[in-house]
Design a protein around this ligand. Structure first.
Ligand code: MEZ
Length: 538
């Protein structure tokens, strides 16, 4: 009956899911109280596993805790220490150096170009090889008559545990409607009704339907449009080239970066009046052994570059585990199953076909509930790589009519059908996957690092916009709002910037601090790419 080679246990469980479907369709699972949420988080969320963390011994966040994997990189060995680099003859000399080729970097480059600045983007892969491309479900903006930026603020502030930096979240929600207009005008093909009205849906923790989408290819469509715009404008993009260290001048201001060609390992020096870190996330560090929905290049490089240059981190101890990563089949283990699947009505159910959580709780609560269902209550379903719960996708076509899955989430349909799983007819197995770094570099509202002048940050490398948990669709939004914001800010100041002598002394000083703290790191950082080679057994 099924093309996929399910185990007997999985087949028996699917029967129970089917048998309970009618009953579940007629009664929604109740939402949790604030106390219940706190309990499920504390007892199950990976952020609460103390042994996964360690104290930083050097830098702006000395004494603060981060995950071991990040600590190893923040306190790692700089790649430039053993190099002899001549900073007096830069290979590039620009007004704005944008490090990163995703949505934030591209939006920044476009706005800086609008301001007349000489911009250059540098990216370790190619423009568009970024988490932006991987985002599926949509982008939030309160632009419907029953909604407002104030309501958007309240949803995001509560969802982020009241920890968001006010001025950043205020900017995010108030500039959201304009971000949608900007993207629409650039050519993003948003889902619209026949009369041209944007179609919007709910996401976890939203009190209004404000998720604008391009089917479930939202990030890919946005990135396609931004990439075309950057390239059509002739903004130079140096690809397959990593920034491996920020350069500062003798006044302590950011003024460029040391670049390394990923293939030849040749070193280049870029001088810039302003530098923008837009390097994205860290999923490929696989914190606590989690699989990830992230792009291949997501290795926290910007956090390392910024931290070593003297930037401060905010909430770097908090990560987002998207509730629904693929748990089976193994070939796509950890890949994203968009929250839009639940927005459209699919329910999370356990091995007995029972719902155990309201499907649109905020992500941290939903992910924790899935972990609890599997680990504490033993109600998970065994999979090739571990365990999972069912996401009852056939409910979508039952609720909204046949053809809805094909029309609204074609990427999901395709992703699973390749492996013989038809999500219109059978539920899918899911488990939390590492998705987003809630924390990052601390900035003020103009996008500048709070501690390093002329160093700007945009996108997932920023900390504090979302507090300690982010709502769906606020990341595609923040890369646009804060990418553009950084571009406009550098556009305002670059003409007045005078770069003094360029130096890498801060790197040597950081290394000396490491040694003083008893650390003698050998691991090179930034990491640049994930390491999937099997270590030989000793
Ligand atoms: O904002 C996100 O992370 C997002 C849109 C993800 C998704 O579930 O599609």
């Amino acid at each position: 009956m099924y093309d996929y080679n399910y185990t007997n246990e999985q087949l028996e469980s699917i029967k129970k899911v089917e048998e309970s479907r009618q009953e579940r369709l007629s009664s929604l699972f109740a939402r949790m109280s604030a106390e219940e949420k706190q309990t499920v988080l504390k007892e199950n969320h990976p952020d609460y596993i103390e042994s996964a963390y360690e104290e930083l011994k050097v830098g702006q966040n000395k004494g603060g805790k981060v995950l071991h994997e990040l600590a190893d990189l923040l306190q790692g060995k700089s790649r430039v220490l053993d190099m002899d680099i001549d900073l007096t003859k830069p290979d590039y000399d620009v007004d704005v150096l944008v490090i990163g080729g995703g949505g934030a970097g591209s939006s920044c480059a476009i706005e800086a170009d609008n301001a007349g600045a000489k911009v250059m983007m540098v990216t370790k892969l190619r423009i568009g090889d970024a988490n932006t491309m991987m985002a599926e479900g949509g982008i939030q903006a309160a632009d419907k008559p029953n909604d407002s930026p104030a309501t958007h603020y309240l949803d995001a502030f509560g969802g982020g545990h009241f920890a968001a930096k006010h001025e950043l979240l205020y900017k995010l929600v108030t500039e959201a409607p304009d971000a949608i207009r900007w993207l629409n005008d650039l050519g993003v093909m948003f889902d619209k009704d026949a009369d041209g009205t944007m179609i919007t849906t709910h996401g976890g923790g939203t009190s209004r339907k404000r998720m604008h989408a391009c089917k479930d290819y939202s990030g890919a469509e946005i990135m396609r449009t931004l990439r075309d715009e950057v390239l059509n404008r002739g903004i130079p993009v140096v690809d397959f080239t990593s920034a491996i260290e920020i350069i500062k001048d003798t006044e302590g201001k950011a003024c460029g970066a040391v670049l390394m060609n990923m293939e030849t390992k040749d070193i280049y020096v870029a001088k810039a009046k302003t530098v923008v870190i837009a390097t994205g996330g860290a999923g490929r560090l696989h914190y606590q052994g989690f699989p990830t929905s992230n792009h291949y290049g997501a290795t926290a490089d910007g956090l390392v570059l910024g931290y070593r240059a003297g930037a401060k981190l905010l909430y770097a101890d908090t990560l987002q585990y998207h509730p629904t990563g693929v748990a089976e089949p193994t070939q796509i283990f950890g890949a994203l199953v968009t929250e839009k699947v639940r927005s459209l009505g699919a329910q999370l159910v356990n091995k007995d076909g029972k719902a155990f959580v309201y499907s649109l709780e905020t992500r941290d609560v939903t992910a924790s509930s899935i972990i609890r269902e599997c680990k504490k209550r033993d109600n998970g379903i065994k999979t090739t790589d571990g365990e999972g719960v069912w996401l009852d996708t056939p409910m979508i076509d039952i609720i909204h009519g046949e053809g809805t899955i094909e029309k609204r989430i074609p990427a999901m349909l395709r992703m699973f059908i390749k492996y013989g799983i038809d999500i219109r007819k059978e539920p899918i197995l899911v488990y939390p996957t590492l998705h987003y770094q809630n924390g990052g570099l601390d900035i003020s509202a103009d996008g500048m690092s709070t501690t390093v002048p002329n160093l700007f940050v945009a996108g997932e490398a920023v900390g504090g916009i979302h507090g300690r948990n982010r709502l769906m669709g606020n990341s595609l939004l923040d890369i646009i709002v804060f990418g553009r914001n950084a571009g406009k800010s550098v556009g305002k100041i670059y003409k007045d910037v005078v770069v003094k002598e360029m130096t890498l002394d801060h790197v040597k000083e950081f290394d000396a601090e490491l040694k003083k703290a008893g650390l003698n790191p050998t691991k090179l950082s930034p990491q640049l790419l994930p390491n999937y080679t099997k270590q030989p057994a000793i």
